[in-house]
Design a protein around this ligand. Structure first.
Ligand code: FAD
Ligand code: SF4
Length: 509
């Protein structure tokens, strides 16, 4: 009996039970052209993924496992999962095939179909990563139209006994949002980011040789993301000791002075499964209970909500809603994505800053993604397919199961409100409140019309006006619709005229 076990690129789970004892299975990992080109990926993302996969394959070999690793430019590589697997199965006289539960719908379907036609036994094995099953959310929200994250989060806190005193939340509150989310005021010392220097030049040359397209820039000999478990653990410790103390306070702040503020940059390690979510939660809790005088509960709760709440929640939405989710377009938005999303070359300082940072680092934090780039795309009526392709390509942590609900659902409201109770749109007011972007901008945040008027202002009202029929059933939009309807007709006309002009000349903004 020879068993073949497939490990996908985001299944680098060093602690999976497959690897707790020696066996005579053959493990296969492969890099293929279709996986590197299904969207235009950021160069750092390509380098980081492939290097992390190679590191994992090497780790397994050193532990004594039999590993077949097909690199991108390997002459034996048939550049398709199916063809590679069939060839290996034949060569090694495989009598059983096993694979880990994929997180992407596309790969799940592909592997199911592949197994149906196989003449040998096959089975899917749990990835041993998430804190919920694929369809736990479907059960939890059965019969509900809107899936409230907060109620799911409370369920998770109780289920996993995290930050609980008996059946009540520790500290008396389920969330400490009111104490968190301040703009950057420079009062806390900013830690130096922990950037690794991973040499990926071999992979870079392979990408060039294979003519794989990419976006953004990279120093191939010095990739700063954690690319193995040891580095991932170091980054976790760095976060706990240097950033946790202010994580919640400045979670929504944006400044030209710093890229990361107190954000952990742990998403790549988590999404490739080099770290387990429970491991993060336990490490944060251990540190908090050991230093309660230093680490406020509000910071700890704020971080745990992201991992135990949001991350599991978006995965549940994805599996509950796929495949239909990828087609949803509630506002019927059709506009192509402006070119400056691939260059950063815009006069809007907020867009220029967030896009340039993204192209330089493959990273932007949540509020930059939601309230700058996402907000602009929604106001301008960008096609959600274009939005998805951009977010899926440019971010280091972008894998469809987590990218799509965040983009199409939370950010673009294309799901009509399954995730968000109202569209996340704002004028310059919010951006000015939470950032220092407006200070150095070509446009004026106070103006709604005129040559220097901030595009976010007129586009905001244009969004409200053009979607008023769809928005009027949403109670949370009532006040703003009312405000718009009471605005003098002349003022409205000037604003809509300005918005029309900006939309016509969108590439020049
Ligand atoms: P931190 O701010 O340090 O947060 C800690 C961790 O919490 C993150 O590493 C992440 O694992 C988790 N987390 C926080 N918010 C979310 C969320 N909304 N959904 C899922 N996990 C969350 N996250 C991705 O991992 N991949 C994506 O492709 C992705 N695309 C996004 C697209 C848009 C439009 C938006 C608005 C958000 C997206 N997010 C995505 C969520 C979030 O922006 C990132 O998880 C976060 O910025 C990663 O940086 P960090 O590790 O420093 O996070
Ligand atoms: Fe962005 Fe408008 Fe502020 Fe300029 S003025 S940074 S475009 S919000």
């Amino acid at each position: 009996m020879a068993t073949l076990r497939l490990i996908l690129g985001d299944q680098l789970n060093y602690n999976h039970s497959w690897f707790t004892q020696q066996d005579d299975a053959v493990y296969v990992m492969m890099e293929t052209i279709p996986e590197t080109t299904y969207v235009t990926h950021h160069l750092q993302k390509l380098l980081a993924y492939l290097k992390a996969m190679r590191n994992f394959g090497e780790y397994l070999r050193k532990k004594g496992y039999s590993v077949i690793y097909l690199s991108l430019n390997d002459s034996q590589n048939r550049q398709s999962f199916r063809d590679n697997l069939l060839k290996i199965m034949q060569q090694h006289m495989i009598t059983r095939f096993e694979y880990l539960e994929p997180d992407e719908y596309r790969l799940d379907e592909m592997l199911k179909t592949f197994c149906k036609d196989l003449p040998v036994e096959s089975r899917m094995v749990g990835s041993e990563h998430f804190l919920t099953t694929r369809f736990e959310i479907r059960e939890f929200f059965k019969g509900k139209k809107q899936y409230l994250m907060e109620s799911f989060y409370r369920y998770m806190r109780k289920k996993h006994r995290i930050l609980m005193s008996g059946d009540q939340p520790e500290g008396g509150l389920w969330n400490f949002d009111t104490e968190n989310r301040k703009p950057w005021d420079g009062k806390a010392t900013l830690p130096d980011p922990l950037l690794f220097e991973n040499d990926c030049t071999d992979i870079y040359h392979a990408l060039l040789e294979m003519k794989i397209p990419s976006a953004g820039s990279a120093k191939p000999d010095s990739i700063g993301y954690p690319l193995n478990r040891e580095q991932s653990l170091q980054l976790l410790q760095h976060f706990i000791h240097q950033q946790l103390e202010y994580f919640g306070t400045y979670q929504d702040a944006m400044t030209v002075k710093d890229k990361y503020l107190f954000h952990s940059r742990l998403s790549f390690s988590l999404n490739t499964k080099m770290l387990h979510p429970k491991e993060l939660i336990d490490a944060v809790l251990d540190h908090y209970y050991a230093h309660p005088e230093k680490i406020p509960l509000s910071q700890v709760e704020g971080f745990i909500r992201q991992i135990l709440g949001w991350r599991e929640y978006v995965r549940g939405i994805y599996w509950d809603q796929m495949p239909g989710y990828s087609q949803m377009n509630h506002f019927n938005h059709q506009r192509p994505l402006p070119r400056y999303f691939w260059t950063g070359d815009s006069r809007m300082n907020c867009i220029r800053h967030c896009v340039s940072q993204t192209l330089e680092t493959a990273y932007a934090h949540h509020i930059q993604r939601l309230m700058i780039t996402g907000n602009f795309m929604l106001l301008a009526g960008v096609d959600p397919d274009e939005a998805d392709r951009w977010y899926l390509g440019v971010y280091i942590d972008a894998i469809e199961w987590v990218e799509m609900p965040n983009t199409r659902g939370m950010s673009q409201y294309a799901d009509g409100g399954i995730m968000a109770s109202k569209p996340y749109v704002s004028s310059a007011n919010y951006i000015h409140k939470m950032s220092d972007y407006c200070k150095g901008c070509h446009y004026s945040r106070d103006l709604k019309y005129g040559d220097k008027a901030c595009p976010f202002n007129s586009l905001y009202w244009n969004f409200i006006d053009r979607n008023r029929e769809l928005l009027k059933t949403n109670q949370r939009m009532g006040m703003i619709l009312n405000l718009w309807s009471k605005m003098p007709a002349e003022e409205k006309a000037k604003i809509l005229n300005q918005a029309g002009k900006y939309l016509e000349e969108i590439e020049a903004l």
